[in-house]
Design a protein around this ligand. Structure first.
Ligand code: NAI
Length: 333
């Protein structure tokens, strides 16, 4: 099939070319750098599929242009599909395929890297030692052993984080409206209510999808009920956290540490080199001023294993769609 790939980075190209070669050059990829939106959608004309990532905008207006130009498949290079107007896709007869699990380990391990970095201040120590400063003041951490970790969303990633944190001898509690009691119990964790998770956790890690129910799940109310000085890690989707409430919580010292791999307005920021430009997003700029905030630019998925799995599964979605009219891993309303 002819596939227009949006938001292409050199690494996408490398892993997609490898996977396509392994599949006998089954598909014809046009690699495009722009993000998909109403303005760039016409670039897909003449292609039966588009391949998109998390910050491409698949709203109704964009999908109308794609459908009119002959696109029949939206092949997502992601697990999350909150950026797709599924109602519009269904109305326009566009099939949607995703990569349900490409490497839950990659995201879980990055989550733990953020916990350890924030706690032991590795990012500060690295810079300090390189400048010949071996003073320890300001680098004080705490033992993870015996601390309580609250996991919000015990799907593939959340359960992996739970398993790793049990390895540190942490007490693991979790909240999920669709609990997997046996899986969590086998790891040694227990389910609790949302309130109990907020009140008991020393570290709270978010692993739920972004849905209307989880939008700003962590806002003024939730932050107000957390343990003073608690650590919050978000590697799920930015808008699960209300950034304004987060800044207030940080200013008042309510939150002790914040680690973000995602940000609610990341669309215009992440995956681009903006190092020679002033940051226009004042909330993001404010977040960067806090010494106890660590931000990575949506890189939790970024391992060679995950990129190989993303490319392989996306190609399998496209190949299956070409043969049957349905992707291997469809997303439906
Ligand atoms: P999953 O679908 O396996 O698990 C999500 C879990 O969240 C499910 O058990 C679900 O019942 C639960 N959930 C739904 N609503 C909830 C709520 N209101 N409160 C608590 N739990 C709730 O998804 P997976 O693969 O574990 O991924 C989780 C999220 O991580 C994705 O939706 C995606 O947004 C994000 N992600 C981030 C990446 C990154 O690079 N930072 C990469 C991949 C995924």
């Amino acid at each position: 099939m002819k596939v227009a790939v949006f938001s292409t980075h050199p690494f996408d190209r490398r892993f997609f070319d490898q996977a396509n070669a392994a599949a006998g050059h089954a598909h014809d990829f046009l690699y495009l750098e722009p993000q998909l939106d109403v303005r760039s959608a016409p670039l897909a004309a003449g292609h039966e599929a588009v391949c998109v990532f998390v910050n491409d905008r698949l709203d109704r207006s964009t999908l109308e242009i794609l459908a009119e130009d002959g696109v029949r498949l939206l092949a997502l290079r992601s697990a999350g599909f909150n950026h797709v107007d599924l109602r519009a896709a269904a109305d326009l007869g566009l099939a949607v395929g995703r990569v349900p699990a490409y490497s839950p380990d990659a995201i879980a391990e990055h989550t733990v890297a953020m916990i350890l970095t924030l706690n032991r201040k590795i990012h500060k120590a690295y810079a300090r030692v390189r400048e010949g400063n071996f003073v320890l003041d300001g680098l004080l951490g705490f033992d993870l052993r015996g601390r309580t970790v609250g996991i919000v969303g015990t799907g593939k990633i959340g359960l992996n984080v739970a398993r790793i944190m049990r390895g540190f001898d942490c007490t693991v509690i979790a909240h999920d409206p669709f609990p997997d009691v046996a899986a969590l119990r086998s790891i040694g964790g227990t389910y609790v209510s949302w309130s109990e998770l907020l009140e008991r956790s020393d570290i709270i890690s978010l692993h739920c999808p972004l849905t209307p129910e989880t939008h700003h799940l962590v806002g003024v109310d939730a932050i107000g009920r957390m343990k003073p000085g608690a650590m919050l890690i978000n590697t799920s989707r930015g808008a699960v956290v209300d950034t304004h409430a987060l800044i207030v919580g940080l200013k008042h010292g309510r939150l002790g540490y914040v680690g973000l791999d995602v940000y609610e307005e990341e669309e215009g920021l992440f995956f681009a080199d903006l190092s020679d430009k002033p940051i226009q997003d004042d909330q993001f700029a404010r977040l960067l001023t806090f010494p106890n905030v660590l931000i990575t630019g949506h890189q939790a998925f970024f391992t060679s294993d995950a990129l190989t799995a993303i490319a392989d599964t996306t190609i399998a979605n496209i190949t299956t769609f070409a043969a049957t009219g349905k992707p291997l891993y469809p997303v439906t309303l």
